[in-house]
Design a protein around this ligand. Structure first.
Ligand SMILES: [Fe+2]
Length: 325
């Protein structure tokens, strides 16, 4: 059995959510309380009054704690951003531009209400992608109304195709295995789920979908089998740990796309994420790796609480050379 301390920590926050949301009004006052107590503390220090000063200090600590809670449960989880890592040129020379929207870790079932899914998918549709890529972990458990929520994804127009891979949560690690259900709904929505297989997108590049690592279904040998040598390669996979050194696995690609890390979910304002559910420490961003460029997204889910990570939609252009078409 795989022990997942990260998800246990986040799951432990779940019972707190209704309580925190009931306290939302009070928490929203916390920035003002912090300023008031700071002012009082300075005032009492200036007046050299010890007891009122100590009380103001205690009030400041409490209001700061409330402010941090407010930020983690209300500010960061609602701060949906569009992240553009810049144009990605594959191969040499300029040519056809393909607009991609890439999202992962949607975690339907962890939202406060259905409005978030609508907001998310409408924001993705406004980017007018040619190609929609989905990097796994669509659920948190077996949420009611999954068909409707996945249906919103199907509504995002993407004339060059919509492709997905599955993540550990979809396979029930942890939780319930809803992979078959997801795949059936996605298929009805025109989203093709890739299991260690590749497809040609237009006539410009090869998209390789690698299955989930934690479910022990990732097989790069199968996924890369007979991939044409003359075409650029994009790889879509859930977990960046498929890049861990392995004598059987030396494959290179022009671009690897991953999710799974949530950017660390809860992290300090500076420095590294204290915990990642991966052995490779690729927390979030665009990386230049020996085996190609890699984008790791911190995911689109609100997922109860976030701190110095925000839900994001990744959007960028792939520039495919004319001579490779
Ligand atoms: Fe995951």
């Amino acid at each position: 059995m795989i022990v997942i301390p990260h998800y246990n920590l986040i799951s432990a926050l779940k019972p707190l959510v209704p309580l925190v949301h009931k306290m939302g009004f009070l928490l929203a006052l916390s920035p003002y309380l912090t300023l008031i107590f700071l002012f009082l503390l300075m005032f009492f220090i200036f007046k050299k009054r010890v007891l009122p000063g100590l009380l103001a200090f205690a009030g400041l600590i409490l209001s700061l704690f409330l402010f941090l809670t407010y930020s983690a449960f209300f500010i960061f989880p609602n701060d949906l951003k569009i992240w553009n890592p810049g144009d990605i040129r594959v191969g040499k020379g300029g040519g056809q531009e393909i607009k991609v929207v890439f999202m992962a870790d949607l975690h339907f079932g962890s939202y406060r209400d259905g409005k978030w899914v609508k907001r998310l998918t409408e924001a993705a549709a406004r980017e007018k992608p040619d190609l929609l890529l989905l990097g796994g972990d669509y659920v948190y458990g077996d949420p009611p109304g999954l068909d409707k929520q996945l249906g919103y994804l199907g509504n995002i127009p993407a004339p060059m195709g919509k492709f997905a891979v599955l993540g550990n949560h979809d396979y029930g690690i942890p939780g319930v295995d809803v992979s078959k259900k997801i795949e059936k709904i996605m298929s009805g929505e025109g989203i093709k789920v890739l299991h260690n297989q590749w497809v040609t997108v237009g006539d410009g590049f090869v998209l390789i979908g690698v299955d989930d690592l934690w479910r022990r279904r990732a097989d790069l040998n199968m996924a890369f089998k007979d991939v044409p040598e003359n075409l650029p390669r994009l790889v879509l996979a859930h977990n960046p740990d498929i890049l861990l050194p392995d004598p059987q696995n030396k494959y290179r690609a022009d671009l690897w796309l991953f999710g799974h890390t949530h950017g660390g979910q809860l992290r300090p304002p500076w420095g590294n994420a204290p915990y990642l559910p991966t052995r490779l420490k690729l927390d979030r961003g665009l990386f230049e790796l020996p085996r190609g460029k890699a984008i790791v997204t911190q995911g689109t889910a609100q997922f109860y609480a976030r701190f110095f990570t925000n839900p994001e939609i990744v959007t960028f252009k792939i520039i495919v050379p004319e001579n490779k078409r």
